[in-house]
Design a protein around this ligand. Sequence first.
Ligand code: GTP
Ligand code: SPV
Ligand code: MN
Length: 583
Amino acid sequence: MTNRALTAWVEDVARHTRPDSVVWCDGSEVENRRLIDGMLADGTLLRLNEAKHPNSFLHRSHPSDVARTEHLTFICSDAKEEAGPNNNWMSPADARAKVWPLFGGAMKGRTMYVVPYVMGPLGSPHSKVGIEITDSPYVAISMRIMTRMGKAALDQLGDSADYVKGLHSLGDLSPERRYILHFPKAREIWSVGSGYGGNALLGKKCFALRIASVQGRDEAWMAEHMLIVGVESPEGETTYVAAAFPSACGKTNLAMLVPPPTQKGWKVWTVGDDIAWMRPGPDGRLRAVNPEAGFFGVAPGTSAKTNPNALAALSRNSIFTNVALTGDGSPWWEGLDGAVPERLTDWRGKPWTRGSGEKAAHPNSRFTAPAAQCPSISPKWEDPEGVPISAILFGGRRATTFPLVFQSFDWNHGVFVGAGTGSETTAAQSGAVGVVRRDPMAMLPFCGYDMADYFGHWLAMGKRIANPPRIFHVNWFRTGSDGRFLWPGFGDNLRVLRWVVERCRGKGEAVRTPIGWVPGEGGIDLGGLSMPAGAMRGLLRVDREEWKPEIADIRAFFAKFGARLPAEMRSQVDALERRFEGQ
Ligand code: GTP
Ligand code: SPV
Ligand code: MN
């Protein structure tokens, strides 16, 4: 190691946090074994049934530490206005003064791991290096799955000072002393008091979205909460689609979609399931890479019926967090195939019986699995140039108002559609579940600066891309009067992707509505589906009465940004309202 600035920072942190020892992670198999053995010995990990789940482990996080905590997440830009009304803000000086003491002696009795990692394919012009210092071996082994971790990252970094510094300590795991801080100017992250997912695996939401969104703004690219898929037609033509849905709203599922048997010849290839880094390529198209190397996916609801590719991906070499455990040492969650076992150990480690009325797995329990193990992984998933994106989908969970799919009129209108997206909240963040909140581009919790400026960045990017992707909105979650989902979803979402692909190719039947282009009758292939009569009409309906309060809500949300909101966004709401009035 010849990177002096890096060693100096590590020494500085060690002097303050006082670990018993410091380990620089090389990412090797031997090192991984050693960390796992240590955690098996102290109970941080439990080995699963080796025959059924080779080299796989269960981790239970602290019961008060099971999801991202947005109210404890801060953007520490110099000025409050830079962070915007969408973020909590502390001045960098106040943040450092308040939180540095929490790291004081925090690693006493623990090992400090220095985890070098690359986000993006090794050596790709899209990729970036991060260093996470952590006292959690669970974080270290998770980073080995989720990123390109260890020696390769130090090699890529060399003596450069261009890396994102991440400092993480479990602290005492108290929510009272939990802070997730981002210093966009210093390209630095401090996280203390949590060992969970997006709070602790700093390469993911903290770097690849919050810090990277700022880098993207400064360097003319985009860091987005998006899956990336290739949709291959029977003729062998592959169209790449990126899609932004809020947390626990279907990205992993769409990324790994298995077409229904009636859709002969269609294939879907997984490039990424959570984050996309995108920049205009020399060919004038938007090129996207998946900065991650693994999936940190929602376990509940994952089954052979909904997502067989995820099940295959997590069949070995995987870590499970807060799932339930069967008598034979297998992971279990609500929605998994087969009969619900009579007895289980629940996510807290307590005995559970069927009929107890409680969930055995935490609703935000997750699997951590290597992307390379996914049967649908795209041959291009590590292409250093990225894949060319033809369509961007926005979406959310909406019981009403939003049709199954619609296409925007053009890029700027598409940006408005993304900016106006709302979704019912899920268990992926602490707080109430099922409440509609505006979640522009599924980035509300992840945009590292003022979202009004972020909308401006999107508008500006449209001008930089000679051949921009077409922009759509999808909603798999509209319900009928009985409260049930009208659309079968999952594999059948391919039918919607086909319409999207056709529209990108200048085909596909569509009807103009005030909100955009909606598939015409026969626009979506329903062959082999048995849907109740009228369901499709209900799914595609654009109802003026439903849209009135929606538009009012978008206006109220936009108003929070004051004069910073791009004028284009206001003209887009006005135009939408006028189109309804003109009906
Ligand atoms: P994060 O990892 O939190 O960013 O979430 P994600 O967007 O990857 O979410 P994921 O794909 O794991 O979806 C989680 C939830 O959405 C599960 O409860 C799924 O059952 C449900 N879901 C996904 N796709 C569909 C669909 O097409 N229809 C319906 N009804 N539910 C879906
Ligand atoms: C999300 O909440 O959007 C996730 C999980 O993908 S976490 O990594 O915890 O943010
Ligand atoms: Mn996510």
